[in-house]
Write a protein that binds this ligand. Structure first.
Ligand SMILES: [Zn+2]
Length: 677
């Protein structure tokens, strides 16, 4: 019996992988990877790039590909048996990679390689891959000794506990709240949402009432549509005090936030950085906390006039049309929704009729083919579901990459959309002499509504934007020319720059000339009408000034609490100060937003929240080069491909950006695209 997970010579055998293959395959692959680690740190393998790569990278890539296939199936074709196999093996895979990342002998070997005479002759890409590897060892404490090392390990463990507790508190505080009201109080709320609220109340034995909670699908419709102002206020108050000292004492996150910030600061000091903000930026594109703070403040200053205009319009509308003379925080979503309806009413349903899946895909492929000088053709490979397609990307008849496209939502498939790699571009050290370089393969996964009957699937404009976004990640992975695994395509790209190619592609979805060709009404074949397009653009930029300031407020708070060494003691003072500096909307003293700011206290965005805006600036500025030279300008397309997509992680993102744009990034294009300036 052969185990398909152990055959990594070609494409994954998705059609024949079974849950019972997982554990036996991992027994072999993990043992091989451990043996490779022991060999590579031993004397028989010299401190030489190719020699080390031929032992360690070959074994870990094989493990990564097999586990990647299992992980992928777990995401798109979940069954109880597969989930059990996945969960049983996840801890041992994690354990292996953790041990690998902390192996002091391996770190010493990489250091010996970096110090060797041969290191001077490494290509820039290999040098970068080596530097990244050394950096990651340092960041996980490899340089520490004695008490410092012990303390570092304690901090890492304690922070993991605190982050987990923080999110549990947010979840519990959200779950614990329920408000039962007479459905008559839900005047204005869409009937579907009222029905849902009545159904959950009935389940609780409260027939005839409606149950409101702080979960988004319940909270949001009330805040957006309920005409009962007192009801909105009550829900708002409960929402913004979750997990704070103003709510349940046992769910108060105050002490956790304080301890987390203290520990992060201590961790940064152990690794010889001034603050946690400095430490966080080491593997990122931004140079220093000062640069990020300056960036955010500049953005706030330039968005402010537009935010003030947005607010003035909203106040005027609320007073005149809604009788709300003194706009309060719990009126903002409600009044905004009404204003938006009054101005730009159009339905997603109407727009959808113009975006048929075959037309959109064909349009997307043509854009990519024209701009990046490739051909995309259907190809054959084993797949996990009959609706999955497989394509090959060629240039001058030569294979460049391949990708799977799994477009539709179905049971057993996780929601959302993503790009994942199956394998990366790599001049394998174990390849036969004269053999071609390993070509990249990508997964593009979406969750569109499947076609009904013999009509093609219809996509919302959001769906189309998502498809282009993920395809942008895919192109970054597939069009790379770098041949070193660790820095080919997306690998090794700084965390705050990785969204550049994906957000870049979204711009096509807002370009009139592109949309005309991308659309054909499902019944009449007519392209999207110009008047409808204009409404879509206006709705996209609705309140962009206010939204920008809101994002800056979060990002500035995040950066300041990780940059000011006494922040743990002054959290409320810092958020108040940030709001004084940035915010224009009405506010109330009991807002404890920070107590549920999971991105930075429980997730991976600590001293990194700015990256949302940062990457938008990069992608908008890159796009503006196409606006200047023509959206389908061949030379601009070639330069973008060469300097951004093909270079991948082989050099600093700022160097790639400058090579493409001829200068540092500037904020102007982003503001202009969002109707500000
Ligand atoms: Zn993305």
């Amino acid at each position: 019996m052969t185990n398909p997970l152990l055959d990594t010579t070609g494409l994954p055998a998705f059609a024949s992988i079974r849950p019972e293959h997982v554990t036996p395959a991992l027994d072999v692959l993990l043992a091989d990877a451990r043996t490779a680690l022991e060999r590579v740190v031993g004397h028989e393998v010299p401190a030489d790039y190719d020699a080390m790569s031929a032992v360690l990278d070959v074994a870990t890539e094989r493990l990564g590909r097999a586990w990647g296939a299992v992980n992928h199936l777990n995401h798109v074709a979940d069954t109880p048996e597969l989930r059990a196999a996945y969960n049983a093996n996840l801890p041992r895979v994690t354990e292996f990679y953790t041990a690998l990342g902390a192996d002091e002998r391996l770190y010493a070997k990489y250091k010996a390689l970096a110090a060797s005479a041969a290191a001077a002759a490494l290509t820039p890409a290999r040098r970068r891959a080596l530097d990244n590897a050394l950096r990651d060892f340092v960041l996980s404490g490899a340089e520490l000794e004695g008490d410092a090392k012990t303390r570092f390990a304690q901090i890492v463990e304690r922070c993991a506990e605190l982050r987990q507790r923080f999110s549990e508190h947010v979840l519990d505080a959200t779950d614990r709240f329920a408000l039962y009201v007479d459905p008559a109080r839900l005047d204005g709320v869409p009937a579907d949402d009222v029905d849902a609220a009545r159904a959950v109340a009935a389940k609780d034995g409260r027939d005839g009432q409606a149950k409101l909670t702080l979960h988004m699908p319940s909270y949001l419709p009330v805040m957006q549509y309920a005409t009962d102002r007192a009801l909105r206020e009550a829900l708002y108050r409960a929402y913004v005090t979750r997990a704070s000292e103003l709510g349940d004492a046992e769910l108060d996150n105050s002490a956790i936030m304080k301890e987390l910030l203290q520990l992060r600061h201590e961790e940064a000091r152990l690794l010889e950085h001034d603050t946690y903000a400095h430490l966080s930026l080491v593997p990122k594109m931004a140079d220093s906390p000062e640069q990020v703070l300056g960036f955010l403040r500049d953005l706030a200053r330039r968005a402010r006039p537009y935010a003030e205009r947005d607010l003035a319009e909203l106040r005027e509308f609320a007073a005149r049309e809604l009788g709300l003379a003194d706009l309060q925080p719990w009126d903002l979503a409600f009044a905004s929704e009404r204003l938006k309806q009054a101005r730009y009413a159009f339905s997603d349903q109407e727009v959808k009729q113009y975006f048929t899946e075959p037309r959109v895909l064909d349009g997307l492929f043509r854009i990519v083919e024209t701009l990046f000088e490739v051909a995309i053709r259907p190809d054959e490979a084993p797949v996990w579901h009959p609706s999955v397609r497989f394509y090959r990307v060629e240039r001058d008849g030569e294979l460049v990459a391949q990708f799977y496209l799994d477009p539709y939502a179905r049971n057993g498939k996780r929601p959302g959309a993503w790009m994942d790699d199956v394998r990366g571009r790599w001049a394998r050290p174990d390849r036969e002499p004269g053999a071609v370089v390993q070509t990249p393969v990508a997964h593009l996964v979406c969750n569109f509504a499947p076609p009904v009957g013999d009509r093609p699937a219809l996509l919302t404009h959001d769906d189309v934007t998502t498809l282009f976004h993920e395809f942008g990640h895919g192109l970054h992975h597939m069009l790379t020319r770098v041949e070193d695994l660790g820095v080919a395509g997306i690998s090794g790209v700084e965390w705050d720059a990785v969204e550049l190619p994906s957000q870049f592609m979204e711009n096509f979805c807002w370009e009139w000339d592109v949309l005309r060709r991308l659309t054909a009404h499902v019944d009449t074949g007519e392209p999207l009408p110009r008047a409808l397009f204009d409404k879509m653009i206006a709705a996209k930029n609705f309140q962009s000034g206010l939204q920008t300031l809101r994002q800056v407020e979060f990002a500035l708070f995040d950066m300041r609490v990780h940059h000011e060494s006494d922040a743990a003691e002054r959290l409320q003072a810092i958020i108040d100060d940030v709001r004084d500096e940035v915010a224009v909307v009405p506010r109330v003293p009991f807002n404890r937003f920070q107590h549920t700011f999971s991105h930075i206290f429980a997730g991976g965005y600590s001293a990194g929240y700015y990256s949302y805006k940062w990457a938008e600036v990069l992608s908008a500025d890159a796009w503006s080069a196409f606006e200047e030279n023509g959206v389908f300008d061949a030379e601009t397309g070639r330069r973008y491909r060469r300097e951004i997509l093909e270079a991948g992680g082989s050099r600093r993102a700022i160097d790639s950006f400058k090579a493409f744009r001829g200068r540092e990034p500037v904020i102007d294009a982003l503001l202009r695209h969002q109707g500000m300036g």
